[in-house]
Design a protein around this ligand. Structure first.
Ligand SMILES: Nc1nc2c(ncn2[C@@H]2O[C@H](COP(=O)(O)OP(=O)(O)OP(=O)(O)O)[C@@H](O)[C@H]2O)c(=O)[nH]1
Length: 524
């Protein structure tokens, strides 16, 4: 508030308002004299003229009321009253510029005490101490007040010009002091403002620096990952053209960066894929990548040296700011070994280890599929149940190894008799099944059975042994003889037993009338 009051004082001063002067004296006549000199009207009291004459060397009328116009004068007759006026003026924002203070003002404070009190309230107040006598040595007064720059001493009797000059000079000094103070304050504010702006700019700079350092760290990390990754990394544009590759890509494919960059991912196509005119996998995967932003899967690829490898490729669209070219990143890993292992496990799970034919589980799956297709209006299927005739004696006589070799040879012959879409399976022991997928023509089972009988009637050479075996075949058509797998297989099995019952080395179709003994010429 003090600051605001000073500020208002300054506004008043610069606005050209009359400087305010406070007259502090216990004698009313003195007030009138000051007013005459400084622009006030003297009180109507003849007795005061004498007093005036005693105080001033020359009569006040000599100075004239117009000698120093332009001051606003107030009077206080005791120090305490002066204090109230000074405080009120300061709080109202209209401080006094100058106070003329009498030295002796009984019964209250003397001049020095009064000045001390006034300066506590308004330290900028200029003071003229008026005295004919003093209770203090002047050095002592000045030391005690410790304010030589804002205090003047006016000794009685007064000279009007001296009073007027003091008033003008000290008011002008007060105004100048205020102007300097305001200017200094304005400068300080400006400096603070600039400092604040600088601090803010500096803080922003620090934040940007920290952000840049964080980004640089991220980039370094990304670059380190790119260069040290064990997996191949390939970055492409949206037309699948390679933009960059990492060292692991080169290790995996044999292509140096300068050989790969600018090529498309088709660089890794296998010879077979290149020869094929059909839309290749790369085309399909790229369409999916553009549509969904990601693709992953296994594909066979070819290295620069021509060797093939199975790669796991995972492609993703890289998010980039608007306006930047689209990029895709692919992670590649050589999974050839895993793929071979899986193939081997799949082979073992679905195939008979001795002959390599399909096993029972595999057969079941294929029969189910065939029956389902038939249900949906597709062609049916035919099952041929085969059981070798008198296989046990070979085993018993010549041992299991010879028996095994015989079984393997039977498997080879069976495979040679069927089409690509058909399936040859070994259920175990000397039991085999042929699945003819798409039972066309209507007697295809019987025709194949004839070929089986003929083929297996030929001797089998195992080492030094020329072995002669036969086979009994049961035939059942799905879904005609069984709409579900269990039924169909049971019917074919039962038909095979009927063929055995007929004397072996013959076939029997499920549902056909039991025939007489098979042609002995066809049997062993
Ligand atoms: N070598 C070999 N023999 C097997 C294998 N699995 C089963 N066997 C044998 O194959 C024979 C099959 O028995 P059967 O079909 O009853 O014998 P079979 O002499 O053919 O009898 P029929 O069918 O009535 O003519 C048994 O001696 C089994 O021990 C195998 O994996 N390897």
């Amino acid at each position: 508030m003090k600051h605001a009051a000073h500020e208002l004082g300054w506004v008043q001063a610069v606005a050209g308002a009359a400087p305010r002067i406070l007259l502090v004296d216990d004698m009313a006549a003195i007030h009138d004299d000051f007013r005459k000199i400084l622009g006030g009207t003297p009180p109507v009291d003849a007795g005061l003229d004498d007093l005036e004459a005693a105080l001033f060397e020359s009569a006040p009328s000599r100075a004239g009321p117009s000698a120093a116009p332009g001051f606003e004068l107030d009077s206080a007759y005791q120090g305490s009253e002066a204090l109230v006026r000074v405080r009120t003026a300061a709080e109202a924002g209209r401080p006094y510029a100058l106070a003329f203070v009498d030295m002796r003002m009984p019964p209250g404070w003397d001049g020095v005490q009064t000045i001390e009190q006034l300066w506590r309230v308004d330290p900028a107040l200029q003071v003229v101490i008026c005295t004919a006598y003093s209770d203090y040595a002047w050095e002592e007064v000045l030391d005690r007040l410790d304010a030589k720059h804002r205090l003047m001493i006016l000794k009685k009797p007064f000279d009007a010009i001296e009073v007027s000059q003091l008033a003008h000079t000290l008011c002008a000094k007060w105004q100048a002091d205020h102007a300097v103070a305001r200017h200094t304050e304005a400068l300080e504010r400006e400096v603070q403002l600039r400092l604040g702006e600088l601090r803010e700019a500096n803080q922003q700079l620090q934040q940007e620096l920290a952000e840049r350092q964080r980004r640089e760290a991220d980039l370094q990390l990304a670059a380190s990952v790119f260069h040290n990754a064990l997996n191949g990394i390939v970055v492409t544009d949206e037309r699948a053209r390679i933009v960059s590759v990492n060292p692991a890509f080169t290790r995996l494919t044999g292509y140096e960066p300068h050989e790969a960059v600018g090529q498309t991912l088709r660089l890794l196509r296998t010879e077979a894929d290149r020869a094929s005119r059909a839309d290749d996998l790369y085309h399909q995967l790229w369409l999916q990548l553009l549509a969904t932003g990601e693709w992953s899967g296994e594909l066979w690829s070819q290295r620069k040296d021509g060797s093939r490898f199975c790669e796991w490729l995972s492609l993703n669209r890289v998010p980039v700011p608007p306006g930047q070219p689209r990029r895709f990143v692919g992670l590649m890993a050589d999974v050839t070994e895993q793929r071979r292992q899986q193939d081997s496990w799949r082979q073992q799970a679905l195939h008979d280890p001795l002959t390599g034919l399909a096993n029972r589980a595999h057969l079941h799956g294929r029969v189910d599929e065939a029956l389902l297709r038939a249900q949906r209006g597709g062609a049916g299927c035919c099952l041929l149940f085969l059981d070798l005739d008198r296989f046990k004696p070979i085993n018993d006589r010549l041992g299991h190894d010879v028996g095994d070799a015989l079984l393997r040879e039977v498997a080879e012959r069976l495979k040679a008799l069927i089409r690509h879409d058909d399936l040859a399976a070994r259920l175990g022991g000397d039991e085999f099944v042929l699945l003819l997928d798409g039972a066309e023509p209507a007697d295809c089972g019987e025709r194949v059975a004839d070929r089986v009988l003929a083929s297996l009637a030929l001797p089998v050479q195992v080492g030094e042994h020329s072995l002669q075996i036969g086979v009994s075949v049961g035939i059942a058509y799905g879904p005609l003889d069984g709409a579900d797998r269990d039924t169909l297989m049971k019917q074919a099995d039962a038909a095979m037993y009927l063929a055995k019952a007929r004397g072996r080395q013959c076939w029997h179709r499920h549902g056909a009338a039991p025939a007489g003994p098979a042609d002995p010429a066809a049997s062993i």
